[in-house]
Design a protein around this ligand. Structure first.
Ligand code: NAP
Length: 283
């Protein structure tokens, strides 16, 4: 059977509307992913994107209450400024001080952060890689890196070394992994089992481009898994370099799909069809 067409959303008076807010938000793949999942599950739901100006995150949360939106995905630059308007945060959102998903629990709005859990779920189910007991290196210390550091420690990683251009931010990120977190050195790369690029290096690089890279590819080799959170382009210079060196490349689309699926499951109580969502994300 053909996949549902995420553009063929049928809106009725009963349709539950969810939204993604951000600025800019026009490039967001969340509507494609979510609407494909809603249709595949036969849910009378639809997700739309709202451009919300920087500083207006609190008003968007107020609108969610007023309009009874079914759920809210939150992207830059609102991941922090929505927090003051919520009733509660999950432990991970509290630890990270950043929210990417808002759900109703009764009459309360609860902020969550599904990015890191989305990566771990994707590694386990799409790549057969369980971070438990692995030596991990995370490149970068921004919002995505911090969620990944927290989730790797939560998943039982043996060591989470954070490498970042700005050392102070690496220290903050590494602390999120508790006893297994530390600021790393480039020398840690050769001994790592799992390397995750959570910097924005490689974003928008042309297909066929040989650079830029967030690390020295000579430090990569067989037996390593190299994940690039950058998903546009899908085949980044880092992933090509990793494959050339015999490491296993993993692109960022899996994380994108799984973090959205976790939100959808929380909002609707229905298990999202990951394969349908992945195909929608690739289109
Ligand atoms: P962010 O908060 O702005 O952090 C960017 C990070 O990249 C910082 O650590 C920054 O270092 C580093 N960086 C940027 N330019 C650099 C350069 N030229 N040299 C060295 N380091 C550099 O961004 P973010 O929200 O964490 O997102 C990071 C990447 O992850 C983006 O490409 C984003 O698209 C991707 N992402 C993917 C998913 C997914 O589902 N696959 C989810 C979220 C994010 P400094 O601290 O020194 O500035």
């Amino acid at each position: 059977m053909a996949d549902p067409d995420p553009f063929a959303v049928s809106l009725r008076g009963s349709t539950r509307v969810a939204a993604v807010i951000g600025s800019p938000v026009g490039h967001s793949r969340s509507p494609l992913l979510a609407n494909a999942a809603f249709q595949a599950a036969g849910l009378d739901w639809a997700l739309v994107a709202f451009e919300v100006r920087p500083g207006d995150g609190a008003q968007a949360v107020a609108a969610m209450r007023a309009l009874s939106l079914g759920g809210l995905m939150v992207t830059m630059p609102h991941k922090v400024d929505v927090i003051a308007s919520l009733d509660r945060l999950t432990p991970v959102a509290t630890a990270l001080g950043a929210v990417n998903s808002i759900a109703w629990e009764g009459t309360e709005l609860v902020g969550d952060n599904t990015d890191g859990a989305g990566l771990v779920a994707s590694l386990r189910s799409d790549s057969g890689v369980d971070p438990a007991s692995l030596r991990c290196v995370v490149l970068g210390a921004g919002g995505a890196a911090r969620s990944v550091v927290w989730a790797l420690a939560d998943a039982g990683a043996a060591d989470v070394a954070v490498l970042n251009r700005t050392r102070g931010k690496a220290e903050v990120a590494a602390a999120l992994a508790g006893g297994v977190g530390r600021v790393g050195l480039s020398g840690d790369l050769a001994g790592a089992d799992l390397i995750i690029n959570a910097t924005s290096i490689g974003m928008g690089a042309d297909i066929g481009d040989s650079g830029p890279l967030p690390l020295d590819p000579a430090l990569l080799g067989p037996g390593q898994v190299v994940v690039d959170l950058v998903y546009s382009p899908r085949h980044t210079p880092l992933l090509r370099a990793a494959a050339d060196r015999g490491a296993t490349p993993v692109d960022g689309l899996g994380m994108l799909v799984h973090q959205a699926a976790l939100s959808i499951q929380r909002w609707t109580g229905v298990t999202a069809d990951l394969a349908v969502m992945a195909r929608a994300a690739r289109d």
